[in-house]
Design a protein around this ligand. Structure first.
Ligand SMILES: NC(=O)NCCC(=O)O
Length: 417
């Protein structure tokens, strides 16, 4: 209690509700986890963590040591780096299947008024040391944030930002292919795609680059947001690639891009196709979605017995021309603060602490993929699901003559005298 008041004071007034500050921190702390750690006694913090971030094999998630070269890169280039290990129980008939996964979150590098080519090059330059830190740390599968090559200009609805769209084998893929080869690393690269063979149409796409630098395939975002400033339908179409799972050298992975995380059936479909890790590269802002962020991915990991890697970009991106969202509010030139907070959720309801809310970062997680089946066996969610009942319901629901199954209390409609 004493500590909590201290935190309130840092915010200027202990009577005021605590607020996030303009530097993107929460009351001066880079994450909720850090705020709680500094504000609570060690024993209370331990109990709060048990409830907030769960337990893995009966213990809090183990932090992993970070190698010197990665530490140096993180201090030279000012990015957060954290590492954890998800264990699984030892099995008698299967060896552990440990995969090292990296998630990168970052802000843009130049103002959105800079020439486009410079903006793009500067983001590439910024990412180099972070990808090197991942590669040098032995990351097997690395995922970047949604539309990582560009500012998240979709709020503006101005067509000029379409220039950032690239074919699947374009410049950004070529840039990442060299890292994939150098570090024997699978890389998931979410970009704004221009499909040259289909009339130059655009998609919000994740390109999956294999550890030999080959392109394994692509997935196109299934659901387009129509909420707040996220008017993304101006730029790309609803995906037409289904829910592919990519069998890589290090495990079976799927990509549920940003707003798709609000759709439980979207998560389910990747699970039904056998995903062991699903990435959720995102771009979302505090005012809109922050209370949902720690819940949805975690729920998906639990319900589908797989790991989820959630990534959100960082910072506030200000655009040259103000825009509105048709909600009667004044025109504004930015989306609000992209709150980072990337994290990994396990199928056993454990979860890493989040990366910073206001800083670039690399989160490394070792995960024993055996945990997925162990949780399927323990909780039996796949076995107890009634897919035939859901399938029947859905097939009736999509028909125009669908009638909701509602049984009304007959007394509700009885005429009272
Ligand atoms: N990029 C994107 O789909 N954002 C939508 C906002 C949200 O889902 O939180």
């Amino acid at each position: 209690m004493e500590k909590k008041e201290e935190v309130g004071k840092e915010n200027g007034n202990s009577e005021e509700p605590m607020q996030t500050l303009s530097d993107g921190s929460i009351c001066g702390f880079e994450s909720l986890h850090r705020l709680l750690e500094s504000s609570l006694s060690p024993s209370v913090f331990k109990e709060v963590s048990r409830l907030l971030t769960g337990m893995n094999c009966g213990k809090p998630l183990e932090p992993l040591p970070i190698i010197e070269i990665a530490k140096e890169l993180s201090s030279q280039h000012d990015f957060d780096i954290q590492a954890f290990r998800f264990n699984a129980d030892k099995e008698l008939l299967r060896e552990p299947r440990i995969v090292r996964v990296g998630l990168i979150q970052n802000s843009i590098s130049l103002p959105t008024t800079a020439p486009f080519l410079d903006q793009k090059k500067a983001i590439f330059q910024k990412l180099k040391p972070i990808i090197d830190a991942a590669g040098a740390s032995g990351v097997n599968i690395l995922c970047l944030q949604e539309a990582w090559t560009m500012p998240f200009a979709f709020c503006t609805r101005e067509k000029r930002w379409c220039e950032f769209a690239e074919p699947v084998d374009g410049e950004s893929t070529q840039f990442l292919q060299s890292f994939a080869r150098k570090y024997n690393m699978v890389i998931v690269s979410p970009i704004l795609e221009r499909d040259l063979k289909h009339g130059e149409t655009m998609w919000n796409t994740a390109v999956i680059i294999g550890n030999n630098g080959n392109i394994i395939g692509k997935h196109r975002k299934n659901h387009i947001p129509r909420v707040g400033d996220f008017n993304e339908s101006t730029y790309y179409m609803e995906g037409n690639t289904g829910h592919p799972v990519f069998e890589t050298a290090f495990g079976k992975i799927g990509v549920n891009i940003c707003y798709g995380r609000h759709h439980p059936l979207n998560w389910l479909a990747f699970g039904l196709n056998g995903a062991e890790i699903v990435f959720n590269p995102s771009a979302t802002v505090g005012e809109l979605s922050e209370p949902m962020w720690p819940i949805e991915a975690r729920n998906a990991a639990i319900a589908n017995s797989y790991f989820v890697g959630s990534i959100n970009r960082v910072g506030t991106e200000v655009f040259p021309n103000p825009f509105t969202s048709g909600d009667g509010k004044p025109a504004h030139a930015d989306f609000g603060h992209f709150y980072g907070s990337s994290h990994v959720s396990g199928p056993d309801a454990s979860c890493t602490p989040s990366l910073s809310r206001n800083k670039d970062g690399l989160l490394i997680s070792d995960m024993d993929l055996n945990l997925c089946r162990q949780l399927k066996d323990k909780w039996g969610f796949r076995m107890t699901a009634r897919y035939e009942v859901y399938a029947d319901m859905l097939s009736r629901y999509v028909k125009p003559d669908f009638e909701p199954q509602v049984i009304s209390d007959p007394l509700l409609h009885k005429n009272h005298v």
